[in-house]
Write a protein that binds this ligand. Sequence first.
Ligand code: FES
Length: 179
Amino acid sequence: MIVNSQSATSPQVIDCGAVDHTGPVSWSATARQEVETIIARYPDRRSATLPVLWLAVREFGWISHQVELITAEVLMRPLDEIHEVVTFYTMFPRRPLGRHQIEICRNISCWLAGAVNLRDYLKQRLGIGPGETTADGKFTLSEVECLAYCECAPALRFDDRYVGNLTRESIDRLLAEAE
Ligand code: FES
């Protein structure tokens, strides 16, 4: 649900941080096969940690405690070690995300070019703050460090697309075009 500026007084927000997979999870037969293919590429199972976690994100959508457990099991590594990797890298989501990821840059070039105002506009349009997902599961908003697109500041990443010279109008267009 996109909340427009007139109706943004009490937006519904999913606090995804508290959600977990409720029971044990398991790899699909296809994913399990793929795990073995990945592991076979490396001299030891530990070296396959990142690609297997990438596969886990594709398979399960995010890395819950349950997913860490089965990843540790398949890699024959301690659970703590898998948890350390998952929590070190920001690309491994630890909560369910919306269908579209919007990451607005808050680093210096974007900040000087007005990213804070645009972030606030996005918050108003979506009715959520950074780290939250809209109630319909459509958008997740995040603030991130430099997207390496400083020459076109202010910038954001919308799924796999980088958008620079951001304006309120371009934000409106992105939201309107999103399925
Ligand atoms: S500071 Fe925003 S892209 Fe680099």
